[in-house]
Write a protein of this length. Structure first.
Length: 377
């Protein structure tokens, strides 16, 4: 491996505290950049670092123009978010080299990243999520493991990487909590619901019969595959795909979509946004606020309950549902009578007569003249 890339790898894990997924993605990107620079070679005086294809003369010779060509070569067929991650990896790598004094400046600093798509999180409605969990079959150890995985994902809103990294000692059945190591190796405590605890207890009781190992130690991986090794994120995605296919409906959802469902359902039920941020492990509240745009029904309910004039506004919006939408309909709705009934019509006429005379007319010129006994001026 390139010595600079090797040092960058140690920097990501030891100093940057990057997650294994982020570190691997950044290292793959830097390795791809090196291959690109070797394969492209030099073409003119501006390409001082590469005399011929296959010749790599060091990172200090890389120019911003060469990096732009690399980014342009990565664009076709890729989403803007993917290209933005590529640029972030390259920018971080050259920033590291500049901080180490290996290069004079960061040639990737001025390369703009494409605008990220502002997509709303994908999630399952509450009834579909409950149906999914209820459709899980009861069976042996692996079926109990799959049920515990999906229950825990939804109960605590874990990232799939956090779930597969759990150890036996990280979950406290007595306290109903789990100790989770998230991004940047930040540790947080999240609640675990009773259904998830019950599913975990059933899985751990059956564990060992199919894997050939008991795994009772607190440092043992919580979820194991059929061969007794730690479960991977890809395996969790396959477990969810099978569960969705069994539940029917043609839904497609990633394990992260269950995390989105967790946050969205909490927010719809009136949970505090700050509390959701802490449970999800978001460093910034703006990341959590994405869920506030998914469904505004909880905001409408909060408005109706708290605003002094909210009920009047809601009443006005419901009036057009009655035929005519006029005084008869309003009278029937307000008094609890049918707008078409004789009582409703009588009330409507009385209310219409009262409400069509503005209060301001009593102060007008005609009213004043009548009060003085004279004519209109």
């Amino acid at each position: 491996m390139d010595s600079a890339i090797d040092q960058f790898s140690r920097f990501l894990y030891a100093e940057r505290n990057a997650s294994p997924e982020t570190a691997r993605a950044y290292l793959r990107e830097v390795a791809a950049l090196r291959r690109f620079l070797c394969d492209s070679g030099g073409s003119g005086a501006g390409d001082r670092g590469f005399a011929a294809a296959g010749a790599f003369r060091g990172w200090s010779s890389v120019t911003a123009a060469e990096l732009r060509r690399y980014v342009a070569a990565r664009l076709p067929g890729r989403k803007g978010t993917t290209v933005a991650r590529s640029i972030a990896a390259v920018r971080t790598f050259f920033g590291f080299l500049a901080a180490q004094g290996a290069i004079r400046g960061n040639p990737a600093a001025g390369i703009p990243a494409p605008r990220r798509e502002d997509r709303l999180p994908e999630f399952l409605p509450v009834d579909e999520m409950i149906d999914l969990l209820r459709s899980l079959p009861a069976g042996g150890e692996l079926e109990k493991r799959d049920a515990a995985i999906l229950e825990l994902l939804y109960s605590s809103g874990l990232r799939v990487g956090e779930l597969v990294a759990l150890r036996r000692g990280d979950v406290s059945v007595e306290e109903g909590t789990a100790r989770v190591t998230g991004k940047g190796r930040k540790v947080r405590i999240v609640p675990v619901g009773s259904e998830a605890l019950r599913a975990l207890a059933g899985y751990l009781a059956a564990r060992g019969s199919g894997t050939g190992r008991a795994g009772d130690g607190p440092g043992e991986a919580m979820f194991l595959n059929a061969r007794g090794g730690r479960l991977t994120a890809r395996s969790v995605a396959r477990i969810l795909d099978r569960a969705l296919a069994r539940a029917g409906g043609g839904r497609r959802l990633s394990p992260h979509g269950i995390r989105h469902s967790f946050a969205t359902h909490l927010l719809e039920s009136g949970a505090d946004l700050r509390a959701i941020q802490e449970m999800l492990g978001h460093a910034s509240l703006s990341t959590t606020q994405r869920y506030a745009r998914v469904n505004v029904s909880h905001l409408v309910r909060a408005y109706e309950d708290a605003h002094p004039r909210a009920k009047a506004g809601v009443l006005d919006t419901t009036l057009p549902k009655f035929r005519g939408g006029g005084a008869r309909a309003k009278a029937g709705f307000v008094e609890g009578l049918s707008p078409q009934s004789p009582e409703g019509v009588t009330r409507a006429r009385g209310q219409r007569a009262d409400t069509t005379i503005p209060e301001s007319r009593e102060d007008g010129p005609r009213a004043k003249a009548k009060a003085k006994g004279g004519k209109r001026p």
